[in-house]
Design a protein around this ligand. Structure first.
Ligand code: ASP
Length: 333
């Protein structure tokens, strides 16, 4: 009898062991990832003061987005809040601090996408909106279109009453000097010493929704009316709740041709591959050999983060409950 009971207990134990499922770590309540551009950013040519200024601004952008996510806000709001901080800073090539086109004007591009609804909005070659990311969001929410460019986009910005600024606001000596240097050397807008400097953010909120946004002045000495990848949904920006959210920075012409943001999302959705390995391989094994340099940030619904780049550095960082990282150079812990 006792032996019979023992046998039953052993069998029960085995049975219940077989029932046990592997314990997966729960996804974080929220995650926010940002970048402030990739490019020829070398530690040796950076002063301690400038290095500090960049890190402080990245933290400020993370703080702004995290405050929203922490209080149950949406990934879309967090992306906009983080990008606005960087647009308002002359340190980055977006909003104030945007680079100059060949004709000496600032022509800005931005885009935004919501992973739950697949809604998207973008602007290209706008000249007046203080915060181009707000213009992109307004196209998504207040128009029936996805992408507005040039004069029509500028008029839309005025019509809906967004904050605008004159050319003196967007002028920064540093970007002007860069244009003069490039003009003197007669190097094309695509030369490899570009510090791209575009800004972007991707976020996952506590409702499980992803969003992505990107904002830029484009490339120094670009031909007027040139559009890069940043305002193009699928090239520089993409968000799909079934896959991931992505924001790119780098030599836009290549990111357009390889539709990098959508390509990464499609591979994640259809092939169920690893986010980090796939993003790295896209940039390093496909884009780079073709001649395109740059970086991207991406985030999936499990809260997995990747921030690969093929340049010397990329201003970048992420934050979530109990974890924060900000970095600039390669191999930075
Ligand atoms: N991707 C942007 C463009 O080609 C530049 C950048 O990332 O800084 O316009």
């Amino acid at each position: 009898m006792i032996r019979g009971c023992a046998l039953l207990l052993v069998l029960f134990g085995l049975f219940s062991c077989e029932q046990a499922q592997p314990v997966l770590p729960a996804p974080p309540a929220y995650t926010l990832v940002i970048h402030g551009g990739a490019g020829a950013i070398q530690k040796a040519s950076m002063t301690a003061e400038l290095d500090n200024q960049y890190r402080e601004k990245l933290h400020e952008a993370l703080d702004a987005g995290e405050a929203i996510l922490k209080s149950g806000g949406t990934s879309l709001d967090a992306v906009v809040a983080a990008i606005r901080i960087m647009e308002d800073s002359p340190l980055f090539n977006a909003g104030k601090g945007a680079v100059f086109a060949h004709d000496g004007t600032n022509q800005m591009d931005a885009s935004i996408m919501e992973g739950k609804t697949m809604r998207a909005g973008a602007v290209g070659g706008i000249t007046q909106a203080r915060n181009p990311i707000l213009a992109a969001r307004a196209v998504m929410e207040q128009s029936e279109h996805v992408l507005l460019t040039g004069k029509g986009a500028d008029e839309f910005v005025l019509e809906i009453g967004l904050d605008t600024a004159g050319t003196d606001y967007f002028f920064t000596q540093r970007r002007w000097d860069s244009l003069q240097k490039v003009l003197k050397k007669n190097t094309p807008a695509t030369s490899s010493d570009q510090k791209f400097g575009t800004v972007g953010a991707v976020a996952l909120d506590e409702h499980g929704n992803l969003a992505a946004g990107t904002s830029t002045g484009g490339m120094t000495n670009k031909r007027w009316n040139r559009l890069g990848d940043s305002p193009l949904i699928g090239a520089g920006t993409y968000a799909d709740n079934r896959a991931c959210a992505i924001s790119c920075t780098g030599h836009g012409e290549y990111f357009i041709r390889y539709a990098i943001a959508h390509e990464l999302a499609a591979r994640m959705r259809l092939l169920h591959v690893d986010l980090d390995a796939t993003a790295n391989s896209l940039l390093k094994d496909e884009l780079f050999p073709a001649g395109g340099t740059g970086g991207l940030i991406a985030l999936d619904k499990k809260g997995q983060v990747t921030m690969p780049f093929t340049t010397d550095g990329m201003y970048r960082g992420y934050t979530r409950p109990g974890e924060r990282k900000v970095a600039i150079y390669d191999q930075e812990e």
